[in-house]
Design a protein around this ligand. Structure first.
Ligand code: ASP
Length: 428
């Protein structure tokens, strides 16, 4: 290849759309895997490199983003409105994971893939902690130990406490303490931003990593994995739609609010979220429309919407449920009941810790998998199954982001109504 040709390829790689490149990586990997068969297995280390890069960022992302998320809640607002909206966000997210798990159990995406061969499966002892032990272990004896060993739940627990502590410091009347709180907040906020930047860098390698991981899967498994991915997509989207129609629709109805009026007023943010795949990016549209079309008072939404865009991710929670089950099925070790309960717990927390930016949910999926003893380790079947999900993540992300934003709006409307801050004229 001439120097110009090389430069052209280089330019194309870094300047073209990342999603398209990842998709090309997925399709090329599948085609090459099927046609080249075992002779392509030499690309395996590229896949392992990608997996290591992802794992490198998981714990720092969790720590930084959760501390910032928790520290962003103003203690003064943590009054009635705060308690109501946080309860709504938490409970609806728990329903969402449950729904995701239900869809996964019904559609069984990945069943029969057997990414783990018999020998692999027999050689792996699956860690299935008892539920009560999981609950107790959420409180870390040593938070630094938890962080260093990659124990997700205890790290989350500590990060949330630490974040709430910071928000109290920042609200303190004593200047010295307030300053200390602000400084800490800035340190973690900066760390979170740096981590998101590193995520973006790592994702530049995703097309190659996904290519390698997928090529190896197809070389070993052949075309039958296509159907499995189709099934994941169907299960996730039916989950998304059911959640919006049944759960949100039901909640509006119970509160005597018209569901059609809601969708008419909310369609702008829903579509924007679908195409941008970012709750945070959609926030300006959500705020404008909830005020103009749906009559929520600014007093309520100025607090509930930014909070929702940071911590309320029902679509992401559904996705985590479906994908965790998919990975269990795909490696031939379906998740037990106890593991599914753990998924509910971690996926709710993971969705809180998910930043409202494209693709963030896929990083947090790593932590859900960790919590059920399925860590994504280079060269394992779990890594192969995870790579498959990553290949179609953009599609799954569109739907889940739209659900995420819809949930923020429904929560805000219900809290506004209960606080008599909803302009009922818009609903007649
Ligand atoms: N893209 C989603 C959002 O912004 C987060 C995710 O990846 O799940 O809401």
């Amino acid at each position: 290849m001439s120097a110009d040709g090389k430069k052209g390829l280089f330019d194309w790689y870094f300047k073209s759309n990342l999603l398209i490149r990842i998709l090309i990586g997925l399709v090329l990997g599948a085609v090459v895997g099927i046609f080249a068969g075992e002779s392509i297995l030499w690309v395996n280390p590229l896949g392992s490199l990608f997996v290591n890069l992802l794992k490198m960022i998981v714990m720092p992302v969790i720590l930084a983003s959760l501390v910032v998320g928790a520290a962003s809640i103003d203690p003064a607002k943590l009054g009635k409105v705060g308690v109501k909206i946080i309860l709504f966000y938490l409970i609806s997210s728990a329903f969402a994971v449950g729904l995701g798990l239900l869809m996964g159990n019904i559609f069984k995406p990945g069943a029969g893939l057997a990414l783990a061969t018999g020998a692999d499966a027999a050689g792996r002892v699956l860690n299935q902690p008892k539920f009560i032990d999981t609950l107790i272990a959420i409180v870390p004896k040593n938070p630094f130990g938890a962080l260093a060993s990659g124990a997700v739940l205890p790290t989350i627990f500590f990060a949330i406490l630490f974040g709430i502590g910071i928000s109290y410091l920042r609200a303190n009347s004593e200047e010295r303490i307030k300053k200390a709180g602000d400084t800490l907040f800035m340190v973690f906020d900066g760390s979170a931003e740096v981590m998101y930047m590193i995520v973006r860098w790592v994702l530049q390698f995703a097309p190659i990593g996904v290519f390698a991981l997928i090529a190896v899967v197809f070389a070993k498994q052949g075309a039958k994995v296509v159907g499995a991915l189709g099934m994941v997509t169907v299960a996730a989207f039916i989950g998304y739609i059911l959640h919006v129609v049944v759960i949100y629709g039901g909640m509006l109805l119970i509160n005597r609010l018209s569901v059609t009026k809601f969708f008419k007023g909310a369609k702008g943010p829903m579509i924007t979220a679908f195409v941008t795949r970012s709750s945070s990016g959609t926030l300006p549209v959500t705020m404008t429309d909830i005020d103009k079309n749906l009559g929520v008072s600014k007093k309520i939404y100025s607090f509930t919407l930014p909070l929702g865009a940071t911590i309320n991710m029902d679509g992401t929670a559904i996705y985590q449920g479906v994908c965790a089950l998919f990975i269990g099925f795909a490696i031939g070790m379906p998740l037990s009941f106890a593991q599914q309960i753990t998924v509910i717990l971690t996926a709710v927390l993971a969705s809180i810790g998910t930043a409202g930016v494209p693709g963030a949910g896929a990083i947090m999926l790593l932590m859900v998998l960790n919590s059920v003893g399925l860590p994504v380790e280079a060269g394992t079947p779990v890594a192969a199954a995870y790579a498959m999900i990553l290949g179609i993540d953009a599609i799954l992300d569109m739907g889940r982001t739209s659900v995420n934003v819809t949930g923020d709006m429904v929560g805000s409307i219900l809290v506004a109504k209960s606080e008599k801050e909803l302009d009922m004229a818009k609903w007649e």
